[in-house]
Write a protein that binds this ligand. Structure first.
Ligand SMILES: NC(=O)c1ccc[n+]([C@@H]2O[C@H](COP(=O)([O-])OP(=O)(O)OC[C@H]3O[C@@H](n4cnc5c(N)ncnc54)[C@H](O)[C@@H]3O)[C@@H](O)[C@H]2O)c1
Ligand SMILES: [Zn+2]
Ligand SMILES: [Zn+2]
Length: 344
């Protein structure tokens, strides 16, 4: 067994726009936790938002915060009571801990637990670090054939799995995904995997639309080119992944009677919804908050090659370049997933 250092390096958000490299103690795993050496971390829009603004809604960065929640790594040590994991296992990290005993947890909707602790959400530190600890059952083993990058991106894929489950996407459905960022792209992938007859993806970014097409979308629509309703037939399912008000309104207009609408995109906390249309078409509208129990399905979709997660990677950065990675999307519209490698 390799010996584990007692000191580690982490990248810490000190204030908006300022990330510092700091030394910290390597955490000790609790009885039911594992110590994981972090391999790679994907940059998420929420990391970028904390970096730019120091807050997302009511979550405010009030003390130095380690960002990063889309992470993979290798188990290096086990807590005293861990029997379900082994040192040396490569894992995708499910970056949350919940109470396990409230009504929501017991109903399988642990994403709605009032006591949820989620990586890189103040005040909980994330994975821009060489080592993290995690409850053993949240460290999901991945096959050797899966890259570290894909294992990290099981996190956003789980968002897509949950959104498709909430929509009840089934064979034959016509599915519209609005927003072709990483989340929209994997939502479209999962819809195809669930047997959708037609998957359309809208965005205003041509690179992202081309990516959606290459990944297997049946049609891509530039939202700036005119009303969606003039470009596509009505759809049974809408997976809204932009958070942009015009996209939400365009999507509702494209809904067939009895369509299911899932609002995944965040960013506009309040907006008008077409209530009369929801009534007249009897639309089912819901939101999603992260995911629950989706890692096994997401790992299977990626391991089987049905969803190509490696194809989302558009940049590689060392930990000392975390600030650069966080600004990659602003500088280059051809960015999907910048990845940070704490071990390099
Ligand atoms: N519900 C959840 O638990 C959850 C989890 C992760 C991410 N999210 C949210 O999902 C959204 C997507 O995440 P992402 O990482 O892919 O973000 P992203 O910002 O990379 O992608 C959003 C895309 O929407 C596009 N867009 C903007 N206006 C549009 C319009 N009018 N029509 C069509 N597309 C338009 C943008 O060009 C962009 O490509 C974000 O709002 C994010 O906050 C939600
Ligand atoms: Zn994320
Ligand atoms: Zn709970």
């Amino acid at each position: 067994m390799t010996s584990i250092a007692t000191e580690q390096t982490q990248a810490v958000l000190l204030q908006p726009g300022v990330v510092a490299i700091q030394q910290a103690a390597v955490p000790e795993p609790g009885p039911h936790q594992v110590l994981i050496e972090v391999a790679v971390v994907g940059i998420c829009g929420s990391d970028v938002h904390y970096f730019d603004h120091g807050r997302i809604g009511d979550f405010v960065v009030e003390q130095p915060l380690v960002l990063g929640h889309e992470a993979s790594g290798t188990i290096r040590a086990l807590g005293s009571a861990v029997v379900d994991r082994q040192v040396g296992q490569r894992v995708a990290m499910e970056p949350q801990e919940t109470c396990g005993r409230c009504t929501q947890c017991l109903s399988g909707r642990y994403n709605l637990c009032a006591d949820v602790q989620f990586f890189a959400t103040p005040p909980v530190n994330g994975a821009f670090a060489q080592y993290v600890v995690l409850e053993s059952y949240r460290a999901h083993p991945v096959p050797d054939s899966m890259s570290d990058e894909a294992a990290a991106l099981i996190e956003p894929l789980s968002v897509g799995v949950w959104a498709n489950q909430k929509a009840g996407v089934q064979p034959g459905d016509r599915v519209l995904v609005t927003g072709a960022g990483p989340v929209g792209l994997v939502c479209a992938d999962v819809a195809r995997a669930r047997g959708a007859a037609w998957v359309g993806v809208s965005d205003t970014n041509d690179f992202r639309l081309q990516t959606a097409l290459q990944r297997g979308a049946n049609q891509v629509i530039n939202a700036a080119a005119g009303p969606l309703t003039e470009q596509i037939e009505p759809v049974d399912v809408i997976l809204e992944c932009s958070g942009a008000t015009p996209a939400v309104h365009a999507a509702f207009a494209a809904a067939a009677p009895a369509a299911r609408v899932v609002l995944v995109g965040m960013g506009t906390p309040q907006m008008e919804l077409p209530v009369a249309m929801i009534q007249i078409k009897e639309l089912t509208v819901t939101g999603t908050f992260r995911y629950a129990n989706c890692y096994p399905a997401a790992i299977s979709l990626a391991a089987s090659g049905v969803v190509d997660l490696d194809g989302l990677v558009t940049g590689q950065y060392e930990l000392s370049e975390a600030a650069e990675a966080l600004q990659a999307a602003k500088k280059n519209p051809q960015t999907l997933k910048p990845m940070v490698y704490p071990g390099r």
